[in-house]
Design a binder for this molecule. Structure first.
Ligand code: 4NP
Length: 152
């Protein structure tokens, strides 16, 4: 079983979406039992909350149901998870500061490194954005999670 943690800033937009996209793709591929997936945020402002309503609406239009409750990244996550996937450079820097050991640091990867068609350097924060920014998040996550699943 591979344990994968998706991380963004607030854990109410990008990372809960990434978690559900990956889970859905793995299930469609008949590989659900190979993975345990979760998500977390670098800040705890939204702890306990469901994903942002806008993210849930855009997700729902593509058939995803987001039920994760926001939680902050914990030091223990660097031991429990095999792969920790950050959405942007701020996330990566925050994760690197928290990792605590070379083993932990080695688990941190960038979501954008799994993009195969798009040239986006990171998955942009949609929180202060528009409908099109939320759609872009899902486009990028579907593309990157397809590749990530294929490589595992
Ligand atoms: P996320 O988006 O990191 O994709 O969950 C954000 C959510 C909340 C905030 C920032 C980004 N915030 O500042 O509260």
């Amino acid at each position: 079983m591979k344990h994968i943690l998706f991380v963004c800033l607030g854990n109410i937009c990008r990372s809960p979406m990434a978690e559900e996209v990956f889970r859905t793709l793995a299930a469609r591929a008949g590989r659900a039992d190979e993975f345990s997936v979760d998500s977390a945020g670098l800040i705890d402002f939204h702890e306990g909350e469901l994903p942002d309503m806008r993210m849930r609406e855009h997700a729902s239009r593509r058939g995803y149901c987001l039920t994760h409750h926001s939680r902050p990244v914990r030091p223990d996550d660097f031991r429990k998870f095999d792969l920790i996937v950050g959405m942007d450079e701020q996330n990566i820097k925050g994760l690197q500061r928290m990792a605590g050991s070379a083993d932990g640091t080695a688990k941190i990867v960038r979501m954008a490194d799994y993009l195969t068609r798009s040239s986006a350097p990171y998955v942009p924060d949609p929180y202060y954005g528009s409908d099109k920014d939320f759609e872009l998040v899902i486009d990028l996550l579907e593309e990157a999670c397809t590749e990530l699943l294929g490589r595992l």
